[in-house]
Design a protein around this ligand. Structure first.
Ligand code: NAD
Length: 392
Protein backbone atom coordinates (compact mmCIF):
# COMPACT_ATOMS: atom_id res chain seq x y z
CA UNK A 1 0.00 0.00 0.00
CA UNK A 2 0.94 3.65 -0.40
CA UNK A 3 1.05 5.14 3.08
CA UNK A 4 -0.05 8.71 3.50
CA UNK A 5 -0.62 10.85 6.58
CA UNK A 6 -4.18 10.71 7.91
CA UNK A 7 -4.52 13.50 10.42
CA UNK A 8 -7.37 13.67 12.92
CA UNK A 9 -7.02 16.79 15.05
CA UNK A 10 -3.74 16.51 16.90
CA UNK A 11 -3.06 12.89 15.98
CA UNK A 12 -1.97 11.15 12.80
CA UNK A 13 -3.50 7.68 12.54
CA UNK A 14 -0.96 6.33 10.05
CA UNK A 15 2.83 6.06 10.24
CA UNK A 16 5.42 5.47 7.55
CA UNK A 17 7.88 2.59 8.26
CA UNK A 18 10.70 3.95 6.08
CA UNK A 19 10.10 7.50 7.29
CA UNK A 20 10.21 6.48 10.96
CA UNK A 21 13.42 4.53 10.28
CA UNK A 22 14.89 7.62 8.60
CA UNK A 23 13.86 9.77 11.55
CA UNK A 24 15.68 7.43 13.95
CA UNK A 25 18.68 7.23 11.62
CA UNK A 26 18.97 11.01 11.48
CA UNK A 27 18.91 11.28 15.26
CA UNK A 28 21.52 8.53 15.54
CA UNK A 29 23.63 10.41 12.99
CA UNK A 30 23.36 13.66 14.93
CA UNK A 31 24.58 12.05 18.17
CA UNK A 32 27.25 9.85 16.58
CA UNK A 33 28.57 12.88 14.70
CA UNK A 34 29.26 14.66 17.97
CA UNK A 35 31.46 11.89 19.32
CA UNK A 36 31.43 10.08 22.61
CA UNK A 37 29.39 11.34 25.58
CA UNK A 38 31.78 11.29 28.54
CA UNK A 39 30.76 9.37 31.65
CA UNK A 40 27.52 7.93 30.24
CA UNK A 41 25.91 5.12 32.20
CA UNK A 42 26.40 1.85 30.33
CA UNK A 43 23.19 0.04 31.33
CA UNK A 44 20.08 2.14 30.91
CA UNK A 45 16.33 1.62 31.32
CA UNK A 46 14.10 4.02 29.37
CA UNK A 47 10.41 4.15 30.27
CA UNK A 48 8.54 5.76 27.37
CA UNK A 49 11.32 4.82 24.94
CA UNK A 50 9.50 4.92 21.60
CA UNK A 51 9.04 8.61 20.85
CA UNK A 52 9.90 12.18 21.74
CA UNK A 53 12.26 12.75 24.62
CA UNK A 54 12.39 9.07 25.64
CA UNK A 55 13.49 7.91 22.19
CA UNK A 56 16.08 10.70 22.08
CA UNK A 57 17.36 9.58 25.49
CA UNK A 58 17.74 6.00 24.34
CA UNK A 59 19.55 7.16 21.19
CA UNK A 60 21.99 9.39 23.10
CA UNK A 61 22.63 6.64 25.68
CA UNK A 62 23.48 4.07 23.02
CA UNK A 63 25.06 6.07 20.22
CA UNK A 64 26.75 8.73 22.34
CA UNK A 65 27.46 6.67 25.45
CA UNK A 66 27.78 3.09 24.18
CA UNK A 67 25.01 1.95 26.52
CA UNK A 68 22.97 -1.23 26.39
CA UNK A 69 19.31 -0.50 26.99
CA UNK A 70 15.97 -1.93 27.97
CA UNK A 71 13.08 0.20 26.74
CA UNK A 72 9.39 0.11 27.63
CA UNK A 73 6.60 1.69 25.62
CA UNK A 74 2.97 1.19 24.68
CA UNK A 75 2.65 0.97 20.92
CA UNK A 76 0.43 -0.59 18.30
CA UNK A 77 1.83 -3.31 16.03
CA UNK A 78 0.93 -3.39 12.32
CA UNK A 79 -1.58 -5.60 10.53
CA UNK A 80 -1.92 -6.45 6.85
CA UNK A 81 -4.08 -3.40 6.27
CA UNK A 82 -3.07 -0.98 9.01
CA UNK A 83 0.22 0.63 9.81
CA UNK A 84 1.75 0.30 13.25
CA UNK A 85 1.99 3.37 15.45
CA UNK A 86 5.07 5.47 14.76
CA UNK A 87 6.65 4.41 18.05
CA UNK A 88 6.48 0.75 17.03
CA UNK A 89 8.47 1.46 13.86
CA UNK A 90 10.84 3.71 15.84
CA UNK A 91 11.52 0.86 18.25
CA UNK A 92 12.30 -1.57 15.42
CA UNK A 93 14.58 0.99 13.75
CA UNK A 94 16.36 1.68 17.04
CA UNK A 95 16.88 -2.03 17.71
CA UNK A 96 18.29 -2.57 14.22
CA UNK A 97 20.70 0.36 14.53
CA UNK A 98 21.78 -0.71 18.02
CA UNK A 99 22.41 -4.28 16.85
CA UNK A 100 24.58 -2.98 14.04
CA UNK A 101 26.57 -0.97 16.57
CA UNK A 102 27.00 -4.09 18.72
CA UNK A 103 24.78 -2.81 21.53
CA UNK A 104 21.99 -4.66 23.29
CA UNK A 105 18.51 -3.20 22.90
CA UNK A 106 15.56 -5.04 24.43
CA UNK A 107 12.15 -3.44 23.98
CA UNK A 108 9.05 -4.39 25.94
CA UNK A 109 5.62 -3.39 24.78
CA UNK A 110 2.75 -2.90 27.19
CA UNK A 111 1.33 -0.84 30.02
CA UNK A 112 4.21 0.48 32.11
CA UNK A 113 1.77 1.46 34.86
CA UNK A 114 1.00 -2.20 35.54
CA UNK A 115 2.71 -4.51 38.03
CA UNK A 116 3.04 -7.12 35.26
CA UNK A 117 5.15 -4.83 33.05
CA UNK A 118 7.35 -3.92 36.00
CA UNK A 119 7.93 -7.62 36.71
CA UNK A 120 8.63 -8.35 33.03
CA UNK A 121 11.10 -5.47 32.89
CA UNK A 122 12.96 -6.63 35.99
CA UNK A 123 13.27 -10.06 34.40
CA UNK A 124 14.56 -8.58 31.14
CA UNK A 125 17.12 -6.40 32.96
CA UNK A 126 18.36 -9.35 35.04
CA UNK A 127 18.67 -11.49 31.93
CA UNK A 128 20.21 -8.99 29.51
CA UNK A 129 21.92 -6.25 31.52
CA UNK A 130 22.28 -7.64 35.04
CA UNK A 131 21.47 -4.27 36.60
CA UNK A 132 20.87 -0.71 35.42
CA UNK A 133 22.88 2.40 36.32
CA UNK A 134 20.36 4.87 34.92
CA UNK A 135 16.55 4.90 34.75
CA UNK A 136 14.90 7.49 32.54
CA UNK A 137 11.22 8.12 33.11
CA UNK A 138 9.81 9.77 29.98
CA UNK A 139 6.21 8.66 29.93
CA UNK A 140 3.40 10.84 28.65
CA UNK A 141 0.02 9.15 28.90
CA UNK A 142 -3.62 10.20 28.96
CA UNK A 143 -4.80 7.40 31.25
CA UNK A 144 -3.51 5.16 34.04
CA UNK A 145 -5.06 2.19 35.74
CA UNK A 146 -3.75 2.07 39.27
CA UNK A 147 -2.03 -1.28 39.81
CA UNK A 148 -3.12 -1.63 43.43
CA UNK A 149 -6.73 -0.36 43.38
CA UNK A 150 -7.68 -1.05 39.75
CA UNK A 151 -9.08 2.48 39.49
CA UNK A 152 -8.64 4.14 36.10
CA UNK A 153 -7.56 7.77 36.12
CA UNK A 154 -7.63 10.19 33.20
CA UNK A 155 -5.57 13.29 32.88
CA UNK A 156 -7.39 16.53 32.12
CA UNK A 157 -5.66 19.49 30.56
CA UNK A 158 -7.49 22.29 32.33
CA UNK A 159 -6.88 25.46 34.34
CA UNK A 160 -7.39 25.59 38.08
CA UNK A 161 -9.92 27.65 40.02
CA UNK A 162 -11.54 29.87 37.40
CA UNK A 163 -12.14 29.81 33.64
CA UNK A 164 -9.33 31.31 31.57
CA UNK A 165 -9.53 32.90 28.16
CA UNK A 166 -6.49 32.11 26.07
CA UNK A 167 -5.22 32.50 22.53
CA UNK A 168 -4.76 29.24 20.74
CA UNK A 169 -4.06 27.89 17.26
CA UNK A 170 -5.86 25.56 14.92
CA UNK A 171 -2.75 24.05 13.38
CA UNK A 172 -4.70 22.54 10.42
CA UNK A 173 -6.31 25.79 9.38
CA UNK A 174 -3.62 28.18 10.58
CA UNK A 175 -6.23 30.13 12.52
CA UNK A 176 -5.56 31.95 15.78
CA UNK A 177 -8.56 32.35 18.04
CA UNK A 178 -9.51 32.95 21.65
CA UNK A 179 -11.10 30.21 23.64
CA UNK A 180 -12.45 29.97 27.17
CA UNK A 181 -11.23 26.96 29.09
CA UNK A 182 -13.28 25.75 32.03
CA UNK A 183 -11.46 24.92 35.26
CA UNK A 184 -10.86 21.38 36.41
CA UNK A 185 -12.92 19.80 39.16
CA UNK A 186 -10.90 18.56 42.16
CA UNK A 187 -11.38 15.00 40.82
CA UNK A 188 -9.96 15.97 37.42
CA UNK A 189 -6.93 17.57 39.07
CA UNK A 190 -6.38 14.50 41.24
CA UNK A 191 -6.78 12.28 38.15
CA UNK A 192 -4.12 14.25 36.29
CA UNK A 193 -1.72 13.95 39.22
CA UNK A 194 -2.43 10.20 39.37
CA UNK A 195 -1.57 9.80 35.67
CA UNK A 196 1.27 12.28 35.14
CA UNK A 197 2.56 12.78 38.71
CA UNK A 198 5.35 10.98 40.50
CA UNK A 199 3.65 7.93 42.02
CA UNK A 200 4.38 5.59 39.13
CA UNK A 201 7.99 6.77 38.97
CA UNK A 202 8.36 5.94 42.68
CA UNK A 203 6.68 2.57 42.14
CA UNK A 204 9.15 1.79 39.36
CA UNK A 205 12.16 2.62 41.52
CA UNK A 206 10.73 0.64 44.46
CA UNK A 207 10.04 -2.37 42.22
CA UNK A 208 13.46 -2.25 40.52
CA UNK A 209 15.15 -1.90 43.90
CA UNK A 210 13.22 -4.81 45.40
CA UNK A 211 14.02 -6.83 42.26
CA UNK A 212 17.76 -6.26 42.84
CA UNK A 213 18.33 -4.70 39.42
CA UNK A 214 19.41 -1.20 40.48
CA UNK A 215 23.18 -0.88 40.48
CA UNK A 216 24.80 0.77 43.50
CA UNK A 217 24.99 4.53 42.85
CA UNK A 218 22.24 4.38 40.19
CA UNK A 219 20.55 7.55 39.01
CA UNK A 220 17.02 8.21 37.81
CA UNK A 221 15.70 11.16 35.79
CA UNK A 222 12.14 12.27 35.10
CA UNK A 223 11.26 14.96 32.59
CA UNK A 224 9.15 18.01 33.29
CA UNK A 225 7.99 21.17 31.58
CA UNK A 226 7.70 24.53 33.31
CA UNK A 227 7.71 26.92 30.39
CA UNK A 228 6.88 30.57 30.01
CA UNK A 229 4.21 32.47 31.91
CA UNK A 230 2.36 32.68 28.59
CA UNK A 231 1.49 28.99 28.93
CA UNK A 232 1.17 28.89 32.73
CA UNK A 233 -2.66 29.28 32.78
CA UNK A 234 -2.93 25.93 30.95
CA UNK A 235 0.29 24.27 32.02
CA UNK A 236 2.41 25.11 35.04
CA UNK A 237 -0.40 26.72 37.08
CA UNK A 238 -2.94 24.20 35.84
CA UNK A 239 -3.69 20.48 36.21
CA UNK A 240 -0.52 19.39 34.39
CA UNK A 241 1.61 21.69 36.57
CA UNK A 242 0.12 20.06 39.68
CA UNK A 243 1.14 16.67 38.28
CA UNK A 244 4.61 17.97 37.48
CA UNK A 245 4.93 19.48 40.99
CA UNK A 246 4.27 15.96 42.26
CA UNK A 247 7.36 14.79 40.35
CA UNK A 248 9.43 17.14 42.51
CA UNK A 249 7.92 15.51 45.61
CA UNK A 250 8.65 12.04 44.22
CA UNK A 251 12.25 13.00 43.36
CA UNK A 252 12.82 14.16 46.95
CA UNK A 253 11.32 10.91 48.27
CA UNK A 254 13.58 8.80 46.02
CA UNK A 255 16.63 10.85 47.10
CA UNK A 256 15.70 10.37 50.75
CA UNK A 257 15.64 6.63 50.24
CA UNK A 258 18.50 6.12 47.77
CA UNK A 259 20.93 9.00 48.29
CA UNK A 260 21.42 12.67 47.49
CA UNK A 261 22.12 12.35 43.76
CA UNK A 262 19.80 9.44 43.03
CA UNK A 263 16.86 11.27 41.45
CA UNK A 264 16.55 14.43 39.43
CA UNK A 265 13.68 16.09 37.65
CA UNK A 266 14.94 17.68 34.43
CA UNK A 267 13.05 20.64 33.00
CA UNK A 268 13.16 20.51 29.20
CA UNK A 269 12.15 22.94 26.48
CA UNK A 270 8.93 22.90 24.47
CA UNK A 271 9.20 20.68 21.40
CA UNK A 272 6.71 19.14 18.99
CA UNK A 273 5.72 15.66 20.14
CA UNK A 274 2.49 13.71 20.17
CA UNK A 275 2.01 14.64 23.82
CA UNK A 276 2.65 18.38 23.46
CA UNK A 277 0.50 18.79 20.34
CA UNK A 278 -2.57 17.90 22.38
CA UNK A 279 -2.24 20.79 24.83
CA UNK A 280 -4.20 23.98 24.00
CA UNK A 281 -2.06 27.17 23.75
CA UNK A 282 1.18 25.15 23.57
CA UNK A 283 1.18 24.84 19.73
CA UNK A 284 0.63 28.61 19.38
CA UNK A 285 3.33 29.38 21.93
CA UNK A 286 5.51 26.80 20.15
CA UNK A 287 5.22 28.28 16.67
CA UNK A 288 6.18 31.73 17.99
CA UNK A 289 8.95 30.31 20.17
CA UNK A 290 10.44 28.19 17.39
CA UNK A 291 10.61 31.13 15.01
CA UNK A 292 12.30 33.32 17.62
CA UNK A 293 14.76 30.61 18.71
CA UNK A 294 15.58 29.75 15.09
CA UNK A 295 16.23 33.41 14.31
CA UNK A 296 18.51 33.64 17.37
CA UNK A 297 20.32 30.39 16.48
CA UNK A 298 19.10 28.73 19.68
CA UNK A 299 16.50 26.27 18.42
CA UNK A 300 16.67 22.68 19.63
CA UNK A 301 14.52 19.58 19.06
CA UNK A 302 14.35 16.47 21.25
CA UNK A 303 17.69 15.06 20.17
CA UNK A 304 19.61 18.34 20.58
CA UNK A 305 18.12 18.88 24.06
CA UNK A 306 18.87 15.38 25.28
CA UNK A 307 22.33 15.36 23.73
CA UNK A 308 23.08 18.61 25.60
CA UNK A 309 21.65 17.09 28.81
CA UNK A 310 23.96 14.07 28.73
CA UNK A 311 26.97 15.68 27.13
CA UNK A 312 27.25 18.92 29.07
CA UNK A 313 24.74 19.18 31.94
CA UNK A 314 24.75 15.76 33.63
CA UNK A 315 28.55 15.42 33.93
CA UNK A 316 28.26 18.38 36.32
CA UNK A 317 28.99 20.24 38.43
CA UNK A 318 25.24 20.03 39.18
CA UNK A 319 23.55 23.40 38.75
CA UNK A 320 20.15 22.98 40.37
CA UNK A 321 17.21 25.34 40.65
CA UNK A 322 15.43 26.07 43.96
CA UNK A 323 13.40 22.88 43.69
CA UNK A 324 16.47 20.71 43.02
CA UNK A 325 15.82 20.35 39.29
CA UNK A 326 18.26 20.36 36.37
CA UNK A 327 17.33 22.98 33.79
CA UNK A 328 17.64 22.49 30.04
CA UNK A 329 14.98 25.12 29.37
CA UNK A 330 17.51 27.87 30.03
CA UNK A 331 17.66 29.00 26.39
CA UNK A 332 13.87 28.94 25.97
CA UNK A 333 13.37 30.95 29.14
CA UNK A 334 16.28 33.35 28.62
CA UNK A 335 15.34 37.02 28.77
CA UNK A 336 15.99 37.88 25.10
CA UNK A 337 13.96 34.90 23.85
CA UNK A 338 11.03 35.51 26.19
CA UNK A 339 10.99 39.27 25.58
CA UNK A 340 10.72 38.68 21.85
CA UNK A 341 8.12 35.90 22.21
CA UNK A 342 6.00 38.17 24.44
CA UNK A 343 6.31 41.08 21.99
CA UNK A 344 5.05 38.85 19.18
CA UNK A 345 2.40 37.22 21.38
CA UNK A 346 0.71 40.60 21.87
CA UNK A 347 0.44 40.96 18.07
CA UNK A 348 -0.35 37.39 17.08
CA UNK A 349 -3.45 36.80 14.96
CA UNK A 350 -4.39 34.69 11.93
CA UNK A 351 -3.16 37.57 9.75
CA UNK A 352 0.20 38.11 11.49
CA UNK A 353 0.93 34.39 12.00
CA UNK A 354 3.01 33.89 8.82
CA UNK A 355 5.27 36.82 9.70
CA UNK A 356 5.63 36.24 13.46
CA UNK A 357 5.55 32.46 13.79
CA UNK A 358 6.80 29.24 12.21
CA UNK A 359 3.68 27.21 11.47
CA UNK A 360 5.38 25.48 8.52
CA UNK A 361 8.15 24.28 10.85
CA UNK A 362 5.60 23.01 13.37
CA UNK A 363 3.65 21.13 10.70
CA UNK A 364 6.82 19.62 9.30
CA UNK A 365 7.99 18.53 12.79
CA UNK A 366 4.52 17.09 13.51
CA UNK A 367 4.52 15.02 10.30
CA UNK A 368 8.07 13.82 10.97
CA UNK A 369 6.90 12.26 14.26
CA UNK A 370 4.89 9.87 12.08
CA UNK A 371 7.62 9.39 9.50
CA UNK A 372 6.31 11.78 6.84
CA UNK A 373 8.14 14.53 4.98
CA UNK A 374 11.66 13.20 5.46
CA UNK A 375 14.14 13.78 2.68
CA UNK A 376 15.43 10.59 1.09
CA UNK A 377 12.22 8.57 1.60
CA UNK A 378 10.26 7.49 -1.46
CA UNK A 379 6.69 8.15 -0.37
CA UNK A 380 5.29 7.00 -3.72
CA UNK A 381 6.71 3.50 -3.24
CA UNK A 382 4.51 0.59 -2.16
CA UNK A 383 5.01 -0.34 1.50
CA UNK A 384 4.02 -3.44 3.42
CA UNK A 385 3.16 -2.06 6.87
CA UNK A 386 4.31 -5.32 8.45
CA UNK A 387 7.77 -5.24 6.92
CA UNK A 388 10.42 -3.52 8.97
CA UNK A 389 12.84 -1.56 6.77
CA UNK A 390 16.40 -2.81 6.51
CA UNK A 391 19.01 -0.81 8.39
CA UNK A 392 20.07 2.04 6.14
P1 NAD B 1 5.69 11.35 23.60
O1 NAD B 1 4.21 11.37 23.41
O2 NAD B 1 6.55 11.67 22.44
O3 NAD B 1 6.15 9.91 24.17
C1 NAD B 1 5.48 9.29 25.23
C2 NAD B 1 6.04 7.91 25.49
O4 NAD B 1 5.28 7.31 26.56
C3 NAD B 1 5.92 6.94 24.30
O5 NAD B 1 7.07 6.14 24.25
C4 NAD B 1 4.71 6.08 24.68
O6 NAD B 1 4.70 4.78 24.08
C5 NAD B 1 4.93 5.99 26.17
N1 NAD B 1 3.72 5.58 26.90
C6 NAD B 1 2.55 6.23 27.01
N2 NAD B 1 1.70 5.53 27.78
C7 NAD B 1 2.36 4.41 28.17
C8 NAD B 1 2.03 3.30 28.99
N3 NAD B 1 0.86 3.19 29.59
N4 NAD B 1 2.97 2.33 29.14
C9 NAD B 1 4.19 2.41 28.53
N5 NAD B 1 4.55 3.46 27.79
C10 NAD B 1 3.66 4.44 27.61
O7 NAD B 1 5.97 12.31 24.85
P2 NAD B 1 7.09 13.43 25.15
O8 NAD B 1 6.55 14.75 24.73
O9 NAD B 1 8.42 12.99 24.71
O10 NAD B 1 7.03 13.44 26.75
C11 NAD B 1 7.92 12.69 27.56
C12 NAD B 1 8.16 13.46 28.85
O11 NAD B 1 8.82 14.70 28.53
C13 NAD B 1 6.87 13.83 29.60
O12 NAD B 1 7.10 13.75 30.98
C14 NAD B 1 6.66 15.28 29.20
O13 NAD B 1 5.91 16.01 30.14
C15 NAD B 1 8.11 15.76 29.16
N6 NAD B 1 8.31 17.03 28.42
C16 NAD B 1 7.79 17.18 27.16
C17 NAD B 1 7.95 18.41 26.53
C18 NAD B 1 7.38 18.66 25.15
O14 NAD B 1 7.36 19.82 24.71
N7 NAD B 1 6.97 17.64 24.45
C19 NAD B 1 8.67 19.46 27.15
C20 NAD B 1 9.24 19.22 28.41
C21 NAD B 1 9.04 17.99 29.04
Amino acid sequence: MIIEPRIRGFICTTAHPEGCAMNVRQQVGYVAGKGEVPGMAKRVLVLGCSAGYGLASRIVATFGGGADTVGVSFEKSPSETKTASAGWYNNRAFEAQAARAGRKAVTLDGDAFSDEMKAETIKAIAEHLGQVDLVIYSMAAPVRTHPKTGETFRSAIKPLGAPVTVKTLNTDKGEVFETELQPATPEETAGTVAVMGGEDWEMWIAALSAGGVLAPGFKTLSYTYIGSELTWPIYWKATLGKAKEDLDRAAAAIRAEHGAGAARVVSLKAVVTQASSAIPVVPLYGVVLFKVMKEMGLHEGCIEQIDRLFRTVLPGPEALDDAGRLRLDDWELSEPVQAEVKRRWAQISTQTLPELADLAGFRSDFLKIFGFGLAGVDYAAEQDPQVVPAVG
